[in-house]
Every structure is written in structure tokens, then in C-alpha cells.
Design a protein around this ligand. Structure first.
Ligand SMILES: [Zn+2]
Length: 102
């Protein structure tokens, strides 16, 4: 994939895990780039495959379990990132107003 196709854009935030990743980490259809990164897509695909089956053998149950763990970890890191971004925002807002309001 050629990064030049997207002009200045070399990184973007994955809307699922909220991590800024290189454009190479996203699938693209023509000039459109997926909003989810490859690893999030992969996780999702694996989940729908497993969940779409009517019966599961032992190995698949194990995979499902590890998928759920992965998902929770991902969600947690998304929330942590969001939390720290919000805290930063609030702190910077407070720092701006504090000198005047005291
Ligand atoms: Zn992602």
C-alpha cells in the first residue's frame, strides 16, 4: 500500500481501540480506509465466526474464552486512554481558568 495516496495522512485513530496507528495497520477499499484497525477487525471476525457456530468443541470454547479476555483488555485500554484524554482536557481547562478565578 502506498501512503502517498492519502496525502499528509500517515496515521489515524482506530475508532474501536482508540489507538493512533499507521495507515498500514488499516484495511482500505480504494481511497476509503477502515475506521477499525486490522487487529480489531481480526478480533471481530474471529468472534462472529465462533459465535455464528451452533456447537463448539473444546478447542473453540478455549478460543472463545481467550477472545473474551482479549476483548476486555482492549475495552479497558480504550477506556483508560479515553479517561486520560478527558483528564488532560479537564486539567488544561482548569489550568487556563485557575489564575483568573483565584
Ligand atoms: Zn483498533
Amino acid at each position: 500500500m502506498k501512503i502517498e495516496n492519502y496525502g499528509f495522512l500517515t496515521h489515524r485513530d482506530c475508532t474501536k481501540c482508540l489507538v493512533a496507528k499507521n495507515i498500514d495497520e488499516f484495511y482500505s477499499k480504494g481511497s476509503r480506509i477502515d475506521s477499525w484497525c486490522k487487529s480489531c477487525k481480526k478480533t471481530k471476525r474471529r468472534a462472529s465466526y465462533i459465535v455464528g457456530k451452533n456447537s463448539l468443541n473444546k478447542a473453540e470454547l478455549k478460543r472463545l474464552k481467550s477472545f473474551v479476555r482479549e476483548l476486555i483488555t482492549q475495552e479497558l485500554s480504550s477506556l483508560n486512554k479515553l479517561n486520560s484524554e478527558i483528564s488532560d482536557f479537564i486539567n488544561s481547562a482548569l489550568n487556563k481558568t485557575r489564575p483568573n478565578s483565584i
